[in-house]
Design a protein around this ligand. Structure first.
Ligand code: MD6
Ligand code: FE
Length: 210
């Protein structure tokens, strides 16, 4: 494992593997602002349950902001410049989103991260995200910055092979993860949110789509 100081990490940062940094509480001061922006984004581009190319309805509800948004349907999946549901361009990425992503990326040693998309995921209790790799982005040299909001969830952090052993990491509101380079194609997922509670979890993932 790479030494934290070589990776540019500060004391409370946790190196999960080379290229993957966990920043507990990095966004706590911005939580209220971020949640308010999510509500505004969802007015123009509401959360929706997308269909996988295989015909399955995703349990995670999604929307996007920025120059591009991630969509999936029977035809396939990838990034589009317009929301297929509204026919309009995706909502603009709020400057506070962009600045947070840039700040976290810089802390992890990725200078000048300039995301052109932010995928917004909403997890109701019982919702999960199965193990996957993020392979749809055109610029794989850029990292991904991921921000957790709302209810905590257990994140599964694997390796470059589906069969690699997985770590379970509890993500709380305000936690941020940054990953790129050697870790960019690692498998990951989210365990089902415990049922019961009325609220939900949100996750923002910032990427360079094109
Ligand atoms: C989530 N996140 O945490 C789902 N992908 O809700 C992801 O799938 C993800 O957090 C790539 C990089 C960071 C992530
Ligand atoms: Fe992912």
């Amino acid at each position: 494992m790479m030494q934290p100081d070589l990776f540019g990490a500060a004391r409370d940062d946790i190196v999960l593997s080379t290229g993957a940094l966990f920043l507990p509480g990095f966004a706590v001061a911005e939580v209220v602002t971020l949640l308010a922006h999510i509500r505004t984004i969802a007015v123009c581009s509401p959360f929706r349950h997308m269909i996988t190319p295989g015909g399955r309805r995703m349990s995670v509800a999604m929307t996007s902001c920025g120059r591009f948004g991630w969509t999936s349907g029977r035809e396939g999946y990838g990034y589009t410049s317009h929301d297929p549901d509204s026919g309009q361009a995706w909502p603009l990425m709020p400057p506070v989103f962009r600045e947070l992503a840039r700040k976290a990326a810089t802390r992890a040693g990725f200078a000048d991260f300039s995301p052109d998309t932010c995928l917004v995921n909403r997890y109701a209790p019982g919702t999960r995200l199965s193990l996957h790799q993020d392979l749809d982005e055109g610029d794989m040299s850029a990292p991904i910055v991921s921000v957790s909001l709302g209810l905590p969830a257990i994140f599964l952090w694997g390796g470059p092979m589906r069969s690699d052993t997985r770590r379970r990491i509890m993500l709380h509101e305000g936690d941020v993860m940054v990953w790129g380079r050697e870790a960019r194609m690692n498998f990951h997922g989210v365990e089902p949110l415990p049922p019961g509670n009325g609220t939900c979890r949100y996750n923002l993932t910032f990427r360079k789509a094109r």
